[in-house]
Design a protein around this ligand. Structure first.
Ligand SMILES: Nc1ncnc2c1ncn2[C@@H]1O[C@H](COP(=O)(O)OP(=O)(O)OP(=O)(O)O)[C@@H](O)[C@H]1O
Length: 689
């Protein structure tokens, strides 16, 4: 008897509790919904601002280490600071084309979510009208379906179009800015020539070409996609789940979220470090490509040596390492794919089905109409919402990965921008020779000299220092006036070419005063002259364009006259005219290249010509006429040559001894030649004895 009354009492209690719950359910619902939205926002915030795990931090490091530099790359304040600097370049103002594209992109994303919500409801209605046998309703719904398809397909196509356009616009802005600094124009004066300084005076960036092409492109693509990958899923999760909570009750939703989050944590723990693998793959592929490009670059040398077997072995080694790595990654992807599909598709699918079934099996207070049609409609709509929502949750979950990748590319792009800015300020980071920073050497390295514009060349106590801090000459003083041709002699490595690098504004001046004309008043003819991409005409007038040539009033006939000076006029006919484009580096012999460079000198007629073994490959009788013509045109020669036959064209000599000493004096070529002959005679006699 007492047992029955007890159970009746507890039944009563449960009923009372249920009634109290039903009465307060709207409040509970609101509480749970607010809690859910708060949870999604904090989870997203933690996802974005969380400190990465040590493993993920290492992935970032590897990405930055590709250039040999180890820098911490994380989604942190430094990242946001770097990103904001780059954002100011890619979106210069709110009225820019990029800002407009971004606004269009955002609007399209919101519009797409609205369409998805409508389609979920419509889907349910179609199935409900089918189950109820309402043919007219069914037909009307199908027409609605077809009508909504128009903006839906339109939106998706527009979305990818606008996103790609945005990525391209970012890339163009960034590339233009980088090229402006990298190939700084004349106006930059001594701050220019960043492309030279970055690879010769600094160690931070080993492959600027890859950064300017590949990394900027990857950065732009990631940046354009980040809104779609981050803000959009957060918005989707909130909207879809809000709608779902209206349909199935917030309780089911909270239960579902707990289950999804638990399994997601499991999946995250199982995820291999794919970021590191990608970086390693890129490094191995880069190495293989480098070995191949060396083979084509030095094909002639390798062919003469018969080095095919060695080269093949090297390439095969690189390839084997790449294949081994790729196979390892493929294996990991295989089992990860199984785990991912099992959890995301099947486990989450079953959770979803259970949640969708709640309104079917339980009469939820506040939800009415429980005929078969309504149940089916509710089920189909909820299922669709669930699928979209779980997809959005997945994307929020992985948004950290996207941000981490963006952080990686951001660090690469900002490393490029920072290094370029340092080059312009004369701040270089390079491994120095031992002892470079100590004592007097250190004092020289820490100080800076002055560069003043002048018609003459005048060095006053200027040290010659290599980029790695090796001091070739502690203090050099000499001067050259226009018309006083200077011969520079000295053993290998004494610093002859280094002197020219200072004159050309390539190397910094560490002390004293350098007075010299602007870098554009110098023209260099090295032993192996540079030939550009382009026509035969472009080779002779380089770096002028055809328009520059026209503006100077020079015609093709004048260019033939220039070529006659170096006995090369026949080349125009031989190669098929001025407009023929070839790989001139391969089409011309070493001597022809030097003659073209001399023709270039006669076309430009600069104030000073730097001749660094510039006649080594032309016949001796020609070198004399070329020198005479140059001096007759008023070009002052600064010559490095081992040929005594050239002495007579110079009036001063700078003799470096290779030990840090030098002599600068007037050159009496005849006397010097006589002395040289006397010395050779004596040496010959000594040998005979
Ligand atoms: N970009 C650079 N970075 C570091 N050191 C350099 C660089 N360029 C040249 N050097 C060093 O500067 C020193 C002088 O080189 P430089 O080319 O001036 O010699 P040189 O007198 O012209 O010799 P050579 O007759 O052999 O051409 C060499 O020891 C060389 O290794």
């Amino acid at each position: 008897m007492s047992v029955i009354s007890k159970s009746r009492f507890s039944d009563q209690r449960v009923r009372q509790l249920a009634q109290a719950y039903a009465a307060n359910r709207p409040l509970v619902q609101r509480g749970l919904t607010v809690g859910f939205v708060f949870y999604v926002l904090t989870a997203a915030y933690r996802g974005i601002f969380a400190r990465p795990s040590p493993r993920r931090r290492d992935e970032g490091k590897d990405a930055a280490r590709k250039d040999g530099k180890s820098a911490r790359v994380a989604v942190d304040a430094v990242f946001y600071q770097r990103l904001s600097i780059i954002l100011r370049i890619v979106i210069p103002s709110l009225r820019s084309k990029e800002a407009l594209l971004l606004f269009m992109h955002s609007s399209l994303l919101v519009f797409r979510t609205a369409i998805s919500l409508y389609v979920a409801a419509l889907d349910g209605k179609i199935v409900a009208s089918l189950v109820r046998g309402q043919s007219l309703q069914f037909l009307l719904n199908i027409i609605r379906w077809l009508l909504v398809a128009i903006p839906a397909t339109w939106t998706n196509s527009w979305l990818s179009y606008v996103q790609n356009k945005l990525a391209l616009a970012y890339r163009t802005r960034l590339t233009k800015e980088v090229l402006k600094q990298y190939l700084g124009d004349e106006a930059d004066g001594p701050d220019g020539k960043v492309y030279y300084k970055i690879s010769n005076l600094d160690d931070r960036i080993k492959n600027p070409d890859q950064m300017i092409t590949h990394d900027i492109q990857r950065f732009s693509t990631h940046l354009a996609a980040i809104y779609a990958n981050l803000a959009k899923p957060v918005l989707d999760v909130i909207l879809y789940n809000y709608q779902l909570s209206q349909n199935v009750g917030a309780e089911g939703l909270v239960l579902l979220t707990v289950l999804v989050q638990t399994s997601a944590a499991l999946l995250r723990a199982l995820t291999p470090s794919f970021g590191t693998y990608t970086a390693q793959s890129a490094a191995l592929a880069g190495s293989l490509r480098h070995t191949h490009s060396r083979l084509s670059e030095f094909a002639e040398e390798i062919a003469f040596f018969g080095g095919e077997e060695t080269e093949k072995r090297l390439i095969e080694q690189e390839y084997a390492a790449l294949v081994q790595h790729e196979e390892g990654v493929m294996n990991k992807k295989w089992w990860y794919g199984c785990a991912e599909e099992g959890i995301v598709k099947w486990l989450w699918g079953s959770f979803g089905l259970v949640v969708c079934a709640i309104p079917v099996f339980f009469k939820l207070p506040g939800l009415s109409n429980f005929d078969l049609g309504s149940r089916t409609e509710g089920f189909v709509t909820n299922r669709r919402l669930l699928l979209s929502s779980s997809d959005a949750i997945g994307r929020v979950m992985y948004s950290y990965k996207d941000l981490a990748e963006l952080a990686g590319y951001t660090s690469r792009v900002s490393l490029l921008l920072d290094t370029m800015s340092d080059m312009k300020k004369g701040r270089f980071e390079k491994a120095l020779v031992s002892g470079a920073t100590e004592g007097e050497n250190g004092r020289i390295l820490r100080s800076r000299g002055q560069v003043l514009l002048s018609d003459d060349i005048q060095f006053d106590n200027v040290p010659i220092v290599t980029p790695n801090g090796d001091i070739l000459l502690k203090s050099l003083t000499f001067n050259v006036k226009p018309g006083e041709h200077l011969l520079i002699v000295g053993p290998n490595g004494a610093g002859k070419s280094s002197l020219f690098r200072i004159l050309g504004g390539l190397w910094p001046v560490y002390g004293g005063i350098v007075r010299k004309p602007h870098a554009s008043d110098f023209m260099l003819i090295p032993q192996r002259p540079y030939l550009s991409l382009g026509t035969l005409r472009d080779q002779v007038i380089y770096p002028h364009s055809q328009q520059d040539m026209g503006a100077r009033g020079v015609t093709d006939a004048d260019l033939v006259a220039v070529l006659e000076r170096v006995q090369m006029e026949s080349i125009v006919e031989r190669e098929g005219g001025w407009d023929v484009t070839r790989e001139w580096r391969d089409a011309l012999s070493g001597g022809d290249k030097q003659k073209i460079a001399w023709a270039r000198l006669f076309y430009h007629r600069p104030k000073y010509a730097i001749l660094d073994e510039a006649t080594s490959l032309v016949p001796p009788d020609m070198e004399g006429t070329m020198m005479e013509q140059a001096t007759a045109l008023g070009i002052t020669l600064l010559t490095v040559s081992h040929r005594p036959s050239l002495w007579k064209y110079h009036s001063t000599i700078l003799q470096l001894d290779g030990q840090g000493g030098y002599i600068f004096m007037k050159l009496d070529a005849e006397k010097r030649l006589a002395l040289q002959e006397e010395k050779q005679d004596l040496e010959a006699k000594l040998l005979e004895m």
